[in-house]
Write a protein of this length. Sequence first.
Length: 318
Amino acid sequence: MTVLPDPVRLKSHDIELAVRLGGPEDGIPLLLVHGWPELSYSWKPVWDHLVNAGFRVIAPDLKGFGDSDAPDDPDLYGIDEMTADLTGLLDTLGIEKAVWCGHDWGGIIMWQAACLVPERFLGAIGVNTPHLPRPSTPPSEAFKAMGGEDHYILQFQDPETVRQAFEGKEDAFFNFIFAAPPPPELLDRLFPGVTHIIKNFASHGGRTESELVVGAEDRAVYAKAYARTGAVTPTHVYRNFDRNWERMGGVDHRLSMPCLMIAADADFMLPPMLMQWMPALCSDLESHVLEGCGHWTMWERPDELAAFIEEWVVRRFG
């Protein structure tokens, strides 16, 4: 049974991040970046495998999440600021370059950081989240076209809406969000309603354990952490979608470092079709698709995910 190391608080510029560390200090540095509504704890299912492979495994709670500092100002959660948190963490650890691995929002941060600070990367690994070209219009317009005004990312722009929707309901929320995926062939039928997370959660009646991909003990860890932080600061990253889009204008999105993409064919928010642009953006790309896997890849297919990461990192950098 995996026992994660307790997080230690480390300085990164003017904040402190709670960071889980494992493996030899001289191992290949592997920086694991989680998404929403997650934590460094989300890497638990792959932790032992990656540590036993000899990597220096570094998994922070992002700013605003878990035990890390959580300033109230949404402007502190833009892509420059989130990138600086992670490069500052590497500086504190005395690491010049690492393999960055990001899932969900962690993947968004990781791919954009690869464009902004490529000198801090040995390689880049996307889990579910692909590297995308900058769209011609602000992301908020695409979200509205996809799901209307009830699209959760548009709803998340109002902190009070988020507070009322989720706070004090953490156990029920993680019972709702960690659902097993539907069959891939049904994904197209889920839209636009599947994007209405706040509305859907409000009518959620509960799932049985067989309908969930994260067990009760692990869900309780998330619920306890989010009850402590509240729901608002972990969603500040969403309030920067359009701001990040503006920031990335004129930035070269082409990457020359080795890139690995691991997609999941039952992830309704990040389907493998979104990888179609990556060969044009990543000159050194390897990709895999996990069949029958949904969004919570670390929990659903930990052995395959960890094996892909280990084999690729060792082959390319070891």
